[in-house]
Design a protein around this ligand. Structure first.
Ligand code: CMC
Length: 391
């Protein structure tokens, strides 16, 4: 082509420099600021990982307390937003509500956001991280017709989210530590994943200097698709549809059939050509959580059997397709009590941390430019306009 490198889907284009997340897709390695994801998932907390991604280093005890307190100060939504929810149909997909409500926040924090000021950027980032659980819980409450619950800042970030989601004003809500820790782990595992489609979307939107709340709404829109964050919902729906282990070969055959658009949801990844390290953590956690909650779900047996059969199959081996983060997360989320339509919302809640950290990194980069890809033009060559009565 001479002038441009043609790289559809950006499979070999580095769009930026970043110090947040390292992935070695062949080895199945994922590090946040150098720390392996399995160590963070098993030993850290979501607030700590959020701090790490935003501020480069793990916090001291005092820094973590201050950060957690700061986030808790921003958990409430402007009261006017309750009215905004009421404009949606009750059966609206909660991801549609998320796009709308987060985008609408830009109207509430329009003038205060001078993005050239690092302090303002940090305040916007804290607001987003703090408000996402409230926004997500309200989307859920709206869909089932229950009253919205205000945040309770005496609870942990994750405990507060669980209460706003599953609590009701009429009763005290006890946060179950098993559920709280499983949920926190899922949040950690989804916090960041370098330049994936939604993060690239946030960066591209932000590169024009747009309002950060609007940029995150763009990220949510991109995340919604079944090839990206929507895969967790699609994966659990698929596992439920398969229903029994005997039906697995039929679905494997369909996934391999070139003439059938069906894909095994929760399998394959653009970057990992080996086990997704997040799937490894979740596979283990799925058994632990279901055992601790005393739930036996045939979907987990179907998932395990499907994984075994696929991994032994030449098609999946040759194409290096392994379970990804979305394969086991749905089993856990469903055991906690979330409907499938909320799965991608939880992904968005957690990924907000990565989005704002990446957005901050981009804006503070002196080499930052507006993102502006070129194209290979395939349309007609120049020709003269013809009046409508002569066509
Ligand atoms: N089932 C069956 N075949 C598959 C699958 C699958 N899940 N994934 C990829 N393939 C095949 C695909 O048909 C293609 O075959 P061929 O070379 O013969 O045309 C080959 O493997 C390469 O696939 P691709 O679509 O060119 O690869 P990609 O890097 O563009 O796509 C992907 C990556 C994740 C979109 C894809 O693997 C997929 O659609 N997986 C199912 C959806 C899913 O689980 N997404 C979650 C991704 S991880 C979390 C997140 O990002 O949100």
């Amino acid at each position: 082509t001479g002038m441009f490198t043609y790289d559809p889907g950006f499979t070999s284009t580095a769009s930026c420099e970043s110090g947040l997340t390292y992935i070695d897709g062949d080895a199945g390695v994922l590090l946040h600021r150098g720390y392996p994801i399995d160590q963070l998932a098993e030993q850290s907390s979501f607030m700590e990982v959020a701090y790490l991604l935003l501020n480069h280093e793990l916090p001291s005890k005092a820094e973590l307390e201050k950060f957690t307190y700061t986030i808790s100060r921003h958990t409430m939504l402007h009261e006017q937003l309750a009215t905004f929810y009421r404009g949606f149909r009750r059966d609206a997909h909660p991801m549609a509500i998320m796009c709308g409500v987060v985008g609408a926040l830009s109207a509430f924090y329009h003038d205060s956001t001078d993005i050239s000021d690092p302090h303002q950027r940090m305040v916007a980032s804290h607001r987003l991280i703090a408000k996402m659980p409230t926004i997500a819980a309200m989307a859920y409450k709206y869909s089932i017709g229950q009253p919205f619950l205000y945040p309770d800042n005496s609870l942990s970030y994750t405990g507060n989210f669980l209460r706003m989601t599953f609590g009701v004003p009429a009763e005290a809500y006890e946060v179950d530590p098993v559920i709280e820790s499983a949920m926190d782990k899922i949040f950690i595992l989804h916090a960041d994943h370098e330049q994936n489609a939604s993060t690239s979307t946030v960066r591209l939107a932000g590169s024009s200097g747009a309002n950060p709340f609007a940029c995150i709404a763009a990220g949510i829109a991109c995340l919604w698709g079944p090839a990206h964050g929507g895969a967790n919902e699609a994966a659990l729906n698929m596992l439920r549809e398969i229903g029994r282990p005997e039906r697995i070969p039929e679905y494997i055959a369909r996934a391999k059939d070139k003439n059938d658009p069906f894909r095994l949801m929760g399998f394959g990844h653009r970057v990992y050509k080996n086990f997704d390290p997040r799937a490894k953590v979740l596979s283990k956690a799925a058994t632990e959580v279901l055992d601790k909650l005393g739930i036996s779900d045939p979907v987990l047996d179907t998932a395990r059997e499907l994984e075994q059969i696929a991994l032994k199959d030449d098609y999946f081996a040759e194409k290096k397709l392994y379970p990804n983060v979305d394969f086991y997360s749905g089993v856990i989320l469903s055991a906690i009590g979330f409907p499938t339509t909320m799965f991608t919302v939880l992904f968005a809640l957690a990924r907000t941390v990565g989005w704002v950290a990446q957005w901050n990194e981009m804006i503070s980069d002196p080499d930052q430019k507006i993102g502006r890809p070129r194209q290979l033009y395939t349309g007609p060559t120049q020709r003269d306009y013809v009046a409508v009565d002569k066509r």
